[in-house]
Design a protein around this ligand. Structure first.
Ligand code: ADP
Ligand code: MG
Length: 462
């Protein structure tokens, strides 16, 4: 029987498998279930993957098992089976003796060597090596957030506390937070930087409660110089965690330690968070990241292409920047897919090939929002009747919102101009074209208007 510890090649394949799982199942599922997996060993044609608890093993095996095996097989055709096992020493609760009998989520196994003590105490999540300031492309939509992040990273004393970064999914919040952490660690390794998701914060806190270990928990958090909590919207509702978070937050800010928070909404718009907390979160600098513009998307694609060292025709990059407007993560995914396809199949990368490879993705995008939804949202937003989207009324108060809706229909769906015209009370395609131009012109001339339209677009996209 062949049995061995994973070598470099396998570890690289494993990294790719994880990347694909993350892409497929999304960040939240990945973080909760897939990230804790550890590649343990290879036996014959099977691979063993360890997770910290029995519950997790069952969940991963039931929900992701077959996909895991398929992806592994695609990365390495010698792998035929994937076995998920429990290795409780992977759990960071290792230092705490488990006495509560009701807690059946672990079982003995021939676990790998214990994780080193300091690692256990370090609650900070690992940082992604690719997320530094150098690889972050700056444009209008993110320039404030970027400048603020840099300032925080370069200052010994908190310039604003907290720094609150917010914006839609996949727009670079996590990237900026990691970049801050890298920068600080590099400049002054003595400063203690802790980065973790709000979900993990919650999880750790609940565990500490369960093990009556909250004092140590508090001490750990309160001894850091910089605390960064990602996706704080997940803390909403969970009362005791919120309370604890609030205390930790206050203690750190009072001592002038830097706190950086990210969320998908502004402090005021966070749901299920107490008012005093909302107001406290907004005390420092609140910087939002706007949806990407075409220019930024193109810039990001060019930077990524350069990093990959693969020559990609400008036409292809422009096509992607035009078509994949949702967020940077999807944009990257699309680019990776084209590059992977090109190198694997040995097909030359061109416009037609890109369209081919991204066929389903582009279609999914188009399906995402319908003209009817756009009309409804826009009518609500401008407080006009839905029927005015189809009516012949030409008063500015209804004509302008109608033009906005046509513009968004053009941007967010794959419908042709005549098709869009038909949905707006049987208007001619030249009317739609005129509307699109008009709105573009107004956007350029009036930043408030542009922001308004972006907001609508963001609501429709999520
Ligand atoms: P969020 O945390 O806001 O959901 P992420 O920070 O995870 O988004 O970003 C998603 C992906 O897009 C990451 O791979 C990140 O590196 C990339 N990304 C986002 N914004 C930029 C940017 N301005 N320049 C380069 N890459 C970016
Ligand atoms: Mg994030």
């Amino acid at each position: 029987m062949l049995e061995r510890a994973p070598d470099d090649r396998l570890l690289r394949q494993w990294a790719r498998v994880r990347g694909r799982l993350r892409e497929e199942f999304g960040d939240a599922a990945f973080k909760s279930w897939l990230k804790p997996m550890v590649l343990q060993e290879v036996r014959d044609a099977g691979i063993r993957i360890a997770v910290p608890t029995r519950f997790m093993r069952d969940w991963v095996a039931n929900h992701y098992g077959s996909r895991l095996a398929t992806i592994w097989n695609e990365e390495n055709s010698a792998i035929r089976a994937v076995d998920v096992i429990v290795a409780p020493s992977l759990s960071s609760s290792k230092t705490t003796p488990r006495t509560d009998a009701g807690d059946d989520d672990h079982e003995p196994s021939d676990a790998p060597a214990a994780v080193a003590e300091p690692e256990i105490n370090d609650l900070s999540a690992p940082l992604d090596a690719r997320f530094d300031f150098d690889s972050f492309v700056v444009g209008k939509p993110n320039e404030l957030a970027y400048a603020a992040a840099r300032r925080v990273a370069e200052s010994e004393i908190a310039p604003f506390n907290p720094l609150f970064l917010y914006g839609g999914v996949g727009l670079g919040k996590t990237h900026l937070m990691h970049a801050i952490a890298w920068h600080i660690r590099q400049r002054n390794p003595k400063r203690r930087v802790m980065y973790l998701s709000a979900e993990k914060f919650m999880y750790q806190f609940i565990r500490a409660l369960r093990h009556k270990d909250t004092v140590a928990f508090k001490d750990q958090f309160r001894s850091v110089d910089v605390l960064m909590i990602d996706d704080v919207q997940f803390i909403s509702g969970k009362d005791s965690t919120q309370e604890e978070f609030f205390h930790t937050f206050n203690a750190l800010v009072d001592q002038n330690r830097q706190v950086v928070i990210s969320a998908d909404k502004s402090p005021n718009d966070l749901e299920g968070i107490e008012d005093r907390m909302k107001s406290r979160l907004g005390w420092g600098l609140v910087a939002d990241i706007h949806p990407t513009t075409y220019e930024l998307r193109l810039g990001i694609l060019q930077a990524k292409a350069e990093r990959l060292g693969i020559p990609l025709p400008a036409k292809v990059l422009e096509f992607l920047a035009h078509k994949i407007a949702s967020n940077v993560r999807e944009l990257e995914g699309a680019l990776n897919r084209i590059v992977a396809h090109g190198t694997l199949v040995g097909r030359e990368i061109g416009l037609e090939m890109a369209q081919d490879v991204l066929h389903d993705l582009l279609r999914a995008h188009d399906r995402r929002v319908t003209i009817e939804e756009i009309q409804k949202r826009v009518a609500e937003h401008y407080n006009i009747r839905l029927s005015d989207m189809h009516s012949a009324r030409r008063a500015r108060a209804v004509a302008r919102p109608r033009q906005v809706a046509m513009y968004l229909a053009k941007q967010l769906t794959a419908r042709s101009l005549p098709e869009i015209g038909r949905k707006f009370g049987g208007r001619d395609h030249t009317t739609v074209m005129h509307a699109v131009r008009k709105i573009e012109e107004l956007r350029g001339a009036d930043p408030n208007f542009a922001e308004d339209v972006d907001l609508l677009r963001r609501m429709l996209e999520t």
